[in-house]
Design a binder for this molecule. Structure first.
Ligand code: SF4
Length: 502
């Protein structure tokens, strides 16, 4: 998962892109980059937090009224400095591009580019492959084209991406001397919202971002989303062009609502906060049906993503909501941190149980999801150590049984506890008196019940195994899982993928 932003304004954009990346920090804490355009491209990139990468020294160098930014959470490619987005090519024109998502057919495309087209790939990132597909088609255009004609070329270039790339991709791009381009894959798996700001002189500024939380602070009004399969081009002179190149089932990622997005985001015209409230309501109804005689004394969220669902569940059950686990806000989200040891260590670092809330109580813990089960187990242990009489564990998400190949760094199938064990075994492993998961239909209902949205059916492949792109079979899954393991071990992925396909 990553965060992206693109701004085309009538004033310098670097500070606004920086502010946007601060708002998108939760989508990737590994690295970040900004590229702006004024006469030439200007870039600043680094590893770590946004606030540490961009400084009083490098920010003034990011000149221009057009720019893009990215926060990285690597799901494809490595952790090196060369793989920090935005990526850049000087042929043709000079194009910078940042993307959020993941290509399922990366290895086939990389092989095609290097072996058949005899082109060189600098990195192991699928962003470079998207940039190649985009720039290769754009190189066949005439640089003297007027805006309207150039938009036709942009459409052809994005068609080339859509013809070849399979998977999830929302992209922002600046083209030297031309303007800003944004596009989204035909299923709209990863988000991309758009906003506009009207200036006193009648001109308009445009923002495109993974989430909407920075819009208000920066003075932009949310005007909707980049539609699945749509391309939008804002020319240097500020003219707005758009076209929907493909229509397919609109299947945005349901895990954005469960875990990733900030609660104050409007995602695909659905409030993430409200969807989490509804998740809690549905959980409460399910609990009352399944365990009508079991009444907890308190409902405690595993902070902080689960706070909202826990609040509405407690309300509906008529039970006191308690912040019985205090979260140290200065420690990162454990799901994002690579490596098992770090994660285990950090649960006790970041959560402190409040004994006064827990001792001698029947405690219901609500979490957003159970992925490997290790974090949940640690939480249960802690609550027991602090004197809970009984512990019930409720997951706002159904069992996670399949890996994600669309941009979320899910573990491999062998690491997903629900892919390996049934509920009664997981209950025992976690040491809880009752374990209850959200039903799949209830989760979908919670996300789609309200809002003037156009979601056909959310992607729930990690829950039901139905991969939207239809090219994830057992062989592909194994290939992608080996690739992911190689990434984690820092092995040479490209050498591996060539060997495996030969
Ligand atoms: Fe989201 Fe799961 Fe689909 Fe991945 S597989 S895009 S995490 S719903």
């Amino acid at each position: 998962m990553c965060g992206i932003v693109g701004i085309k304004a009538n004033r310098p954009v670097a500070a606004e892109i920086y502010d946007s990346l601060i708002h998108l920090q939760h989508r990737g804490q590994d690295a970040a980059g900004i590229m702006t355009y004024e006469q030439r491209m200007h870039a600043a990139k680094g590893t770590g937090f946004v606030r540490d990468i961009f400084t009083e020294e490098n920010m003034p160098r990011l000149l221009g009224n057009t720019g893009i930014g990215h926060t990285r959470y690597p799901t494809h490619g490595g952790f090196s400095h060369e793989e920090i987005q935005p990526f850049w090519t000087e042929v043709p024109y000079g194009i910078a591009l940042a993307h959020n998502g993941n290509l399922v057919n990366y290895s086939e495309l990389a092989e095609e580019i290097t072996d058949k087209q005899k082109r060189y790939l600098n990195t192991r990132s699928d962003t470079e492959v998207i940039l190649h597909l985009f720039s290769e088609a754009l190189s066949r255009t005439n640089p003297a084209d007027s805006n309207g004609d150039f938009f036709e070329s942009v459409c052809q270039a994005v068609e080339n991406v859509m013809d070849h790339a399979s998977g999830a991709y929302s992209a922002v791009s600046t083209i030297v001397g031309k303007g800003l381009v944004v596009f989204r894959d035909p299923h709209g798996i990863r988000p991309l919202a758009k906003g506009v700001r009207k200036n006193p002189d009648g001109t308009e500024d445009y923002i495109f971002a993974s989430e909407t939380t920075m819009f208000y602070a920066l003075g932009y009004t949310l005007t909707g989303n980049v539609l699945p399969g749509e391309v939008i081009f804002i020319s240097e002179s500020g003219r707005y062009y758009s076209r929907r190149l493909r229509t397919a089932e609109f299947s945005p990622c349901i895990f954005e609502y469960v875990y990733f997005s900030r609660p104050d985001t409007m995602m695909n015209d659905v409030s993430v906060y409200r969807s989490r409230l509804r998740m809690g309501q549905n959980l409460a109804e399910s609990w009352l049906k399944k365990h009508p005689d079991v009444v907890p004394d308190i409902v405690i969220p595993a902070p902080s993503t689960a706070n909202t669902a826990a609040l509405s569940m407690a309300h509906k059950l008529g039970v006191r909501y308690s912040e019985g686990l205090y979260k140290n806000p200065f420690i990162g989200r454990t799901f994002i941190m690579p490596g098992q040891r770090e994660r285990k260590k950090s649960v006790r670092y970041k959560l402190v149980p409040q004994e006064i809330e827990i001792r001698d109580k029947k405690v219901m813990i609500v979490d957003d999801s159970i992925v490997r089960g290790t974090t949940s187990r640690e939480i249960v242990k802690m609550v027991r150590e602090f004197g809970a009489k009984e512990v019930y564990f409720v997951s706002a998400c159904p069992p996670v049984k399949f890996p994600c190949f669309y941009g979320v760094d899910m573990p491999t199938k062998s690491e997903l506890i629900a892919a390996q064990q049934d509920v009664s075994h997981i209950e025992k492993y976690m040491g809880v008196d009752i374990l209850m998961y959200q039903e799949l239909a209830d989760l979908e209902e919670a996300v789609t019940r309200k809002g003037d949205h156009h979601i056909d059916r959310p992607c729930m492949a990690c829950l039901d195994g139905k991969y939207i792109t239809q090219d994830v079979d057992d062989d592909k899954m194994r290939e992608m899982e080996i690739m992911r393991e190689k990434h984690r071990n820092g092995d040479d992925l490209w050498q591996w993928s060539k060997k495996s396909s030969s």
